[in-house]
Design a binder for this molecule. Structure first.
Ligand SMILES: NC(=O)c1ccc[n+]([C@@H]2O[C@H](COP(=O)([O-])OP(=O)(O)OC[C@H]3O[C@@H](n4cnc5c(N)ncnc54)[C@H](OP(=O)(O)O)[C@@H]3O)[C@@H](O)[C@H]2O)c1
Length: 329
C-alpha cells in the first residue's frame, strides 16, 4: 500500500474540520434509541438502509432485549445500548485535541462518560475540543512519551476523578520516511509516541482500571498500516504492529480481573494527519483500493470505540476492530 495511508492523503472536506462540531456527534444518544428524529444514514452507495441505523431491533429481532449483566455478575446500571450507558464512567482519551481523539471524546461524552482529554502541543484546538465536549470534559496536558509526566498525570486524574474506567490510547504521530533515509530520531519518535505512549498510559492507569466497577476497558487506536505495512512508514508501521501485540497481551494478562482490551484499526481517515494534498489521480487510485469508495471520518472510528467501551462489548477482548471501508479484510 502507498505511503499516503495515515499520513498524506488528500483532504476531503468534512464538517468538523473547520472547528464547528458536526450536527450530531457520532454515536449520538439518539442513534441507538430508535428516536423518530433520527434520520437514517444512507448507505455509502446512496441507497437508504432498510431500517434506521442502530435501531434497537435491527440485530436480533427481539423487542424485549434484556440488559446483559456485567462480567462480574452485577447488573449494569443502564441497559445495553442506552444513550447514557457510560454514565458514571471516567474515560481518558489521549490525543483528544484533534481528529480521531476529539471525535472519540465527543462520542464518549454523548454516551454519558466524563472524559479526561489529553493533548500536547495544540492548546487552541484542545480548548475548542473541550468546548465541543462540554461540561463532561476536562483537559489534561502531558506528553504520552514522557514516563514521569504520564505517571504524574494519572495520579492526578485518579485523585480528581475518583478513578479511570476507560482508557483510549489514541495519541499518535505519523513518521513518513523510507528506511534507507531514516534517522535514529525518526525511529525513536515513532516508537516512543505510538507504542511507548500507549504502554506508559496503560501501566499508569492499570491499578485503577482493575478496580473499575463492571470491568475496565482499554481501547488502543492501531492502524491498517500496522497490519499490512506501508512503503515509507516503517517506524510507524512497526509501532502500530507492536500495539496489536500489546493489545492481545494485555487482554490475556487482565481478563481474569475483568478488564477488556481491544484495538480499533482505522484505515484512511480524514484528519490533520492525512491532510496533505494529493493529485486527483493519486486520490482516485487510493479510493479504488477501498471497497466502500470513500475515506472514513473520525466519527466512524469513534463509533467503534463507543461500542467497545459499552456493556454490549463485555464479552469482546483481544480483538482488532477494523474501520477501513474494506481496505483490508
Ligand atoms: N488519520 C488516519 O487515517 C489514521 C489511520 C489509522 C490510525 N490512525 C491513528 O489514530 C490516532 C489519531 O490520529 P489522527 O489522525 O486523529 O491524528 P492527528 O489529527 O494528527 O491528531 C493527533 C493527536 O495526538 C496528539 N499527540 C501527538 N503526539 C502526542 C504526545 N506525544 N502526547 C500527547 N498527545 C499527542 C495530538 O495532540 P496536539 O494536538 O496537542 O499536538 C493530537 O491530539 C493516531 O494514533 C493515529 O496513528 C489515524
Amino acid at each position: 500500500m502507498s505511503s499516503e495511508l495515515d499520513g498524506n492523503p488528500e483532504r476531503v472536506p468534512k464538517p468538523s474540520r473547520d472547528g464547528t462540531p458536526p450536527a450530531k456527534p457520532a454515536g449520538s444518544p439518539r442513534e441507538l434509541d430508535g428516536n423518530p428524529e433520527k434520520v437514517p444514514k444512507p448507505s455509502r452507495d446512496g441507497t437508504p438502509p432498510a431500517k434506521p441505523a442502530g435501531s434497537p431491533r435491527e440485530l436480533d429481532g427481539n423487542p424485549e432485549r434484556v440488559p446483559k449483566p456485567s462480567r462480574d455478575g452485577t447488573p449494569p446500571t443502564k441497559p445495553a445500548g442506552s444513550p447514557r450507558e457510560l454514565q458514571g464512567k471516567v474515560a481518558v482519551v489521549t490525543g483528544a485535541s484533534r481528529g480521531i481523539g476529539r471525535a472519540i471524546a465527543v462520542a464518549l461524552a454523548a454516551h454519558g462518560a466524563r472524559v479526561v482529554m489529553n493533548y500536547l502541543h495544540n492548546q487552541a484546538a484542545a480548548a475548542e475540543a473541550a468546548a465541543a465536549v462540554g461540561s463532561a470534559g476536562v483537559l489534561v496536558h502531558f506528553d504520552v512519551a514522557d514516563v514521569e509526566a504520564v505517571t504524574r498525570a494519572f495520579k492526578q486524574i485518579v485523585s480528581n476523578e475518583g478513578g479511570v474506567h476507560i482508557l483510549v490510547n489514541n495519541a499518535g504521530v505519523a513518521v513518513n520516511v523510507l528506511t534507507l533515509g531514516a534517522k535514529d530520531a525518526d525511529w525513536q519518535r515513532a516508537l516512543a509516541v505510538n507504542l511507548g505512549g500507549a504502554f506508559n498510559c496503560t501501566r499508569a492507569a492499570l491499578r485503577s482500571l482493575l478496580h473499575a466497577p463492571g470491568g475496565g476497558r482499554i481501547i488502543n487506536i492501531a492502524s491498517v498500516v500496522g497490519e499490512m505495512g506501508s512503503a515509507g512508514q516503517g517506524p510507524y508501521a512497526a509501532a502500530k504492529a507492536g500495539l496489536l501485540g500489546l493489545t492481545k497481551t494485555w487482554a490475556r494478562e487482565y481478563a481474569s480481573r475483568g478488564v477488556t482490551v481491544n484495538a480499533v484499526s482505522p484505515g484512511f481517515i480524514e484528519t490533520d494527519m492525512t491532510a496533505a494534498g494529493l493529485s486527483p489521480e493519486r486520490r482516485a487510485e487510493i479510493l479504488k483500493a477501498i471497497p466502500l469508495g470513500c475515506v472514513g471520518t473520525p466519527e466512524d472510528v469513534a463509533a467503534a470505540v463507543v461500542y467497545l467501551a459499552g456493556s454490549g462489548a463485555g464479552y469482546v477482548t483481544g480483538q482488532v476492530l477494523r474501520v477501513n471501508g474494506g481496505l483490508l479484510m
